[in-house]
Design a protein around this ligand. Structure first.
Ligand code: FPP
Length: 241
């Protein structure tokens, strides 16, 4: 872990959140404020993702799940969707070199059936290249929706023939995209919006939520440390007293 992070905050490194979810919001507004096209906001947002991924891995976070493209984002103008797809291709093809060396395992979660063969091949390639890494897992949520994820899980459970009375919360957990990951302890949403927007709906049951006005491209190590420090100052009771 870097010298910088130890110096500047009072976080307890023995009580880190195991799994953090991030809604990477505010790229468009960041670009607008600078008179730049929205695509530049996404480009800077992708840079921020790289930095924050490396930082979380360095801190010892086990899983980072980021919302990169929602099931609703197809409603954006075609040029913006195309731009996000090409940014994604670029990100994935550079990822092994830029993140893999740091031991990050990259997984894509979401309904991938709507993506082109080219994108699906690149996803497979990146996942294969990083699957033996032993560091943090980076789940990139693409064409992801929390409700869609639950519907998928229900379908798979019904198809599996498990008797209805045997289905419990653990069964559902096992059929979600995040199966095998620790519970989501902390969800971060920058950009001033205070809602979940269909992100990790099942998994957020006991997550702490952290909101900030900072726009995603400006989000840096100090915001992450602040979010973790606030999380550690909360009293998680899980319905108890
Ligand atoms: C929300 O900001 C952001 C998105 C819909 C895309 C998130 C994508 C990235 C951070 C970069 C791409 C990631 C990868 C993995 C390549 P917004 O556009 O809704 O911003 P606004 O609310 O200010 O308009």
């Amino acid at each position: 872990m870097g010298f910088w992070s130890r110096e500047k905050t009072n976080i307890d490194y023995t009580k880190l959140p195991r799994h953090i979810g991030v809604i990477m919001d505010g790229n468009g507004r960041w670009a607008k404020k600078r008179g730049l096209p929205r695509s530049m906001g996404h480009r800077y947002g992708a840079q921020t993702l790289k930095k924050i991924t490396l930082f979380c891995d360095e801190l010892g976070i086990e899983v980072l799940t980021v919302y990169a493209f929602s099931t609703e984002n197809w409603k954006r103008p075609k040029s913006e969707v195309d731009n996000l797809m090409s940014l994604l291709m670029e990100y994935l093809s550079n990822a092994e070199q830029e993140l893999g060396g740091k031991n990050v395992v990259i997984k894509i979660i979401g309904d991938l059936s709507s993506f082109s063969d080219e994108i699906r091949e690149q996803i497979n390639k990146t996942e294969k290249l990083t699957e033996k890494n032993t560091g943090m897992v980076l789940n990139i949520a693409l064409n992801y929706g929390g409700r869609d994820e639950i519907v998928n899980a229900v379908r798979a459970i019904v198809k599996s023939g498990i008797p209805a009375d045997s289905v419990n919360e653990d069964t559902v957990d096992k059929y979600l995209y995040t199966a095998g990951n620790p519970p989501v302890d902390l969800i971060i949403r920058p950009s001033g919006e205070c809602r979940l927007s269909n992100f990790l709906l099942w998994q957020c049951a006991y997550s702490e939520l952290w909101f900030s006005n900072v726009l995603w491209p400006d989000f840096d190590k100090k915001h992450m440390l602040r979010a973790i420090a606030d999380y550690q100052n909360r009293n998680r009771r899980y319905g108890g007293v």
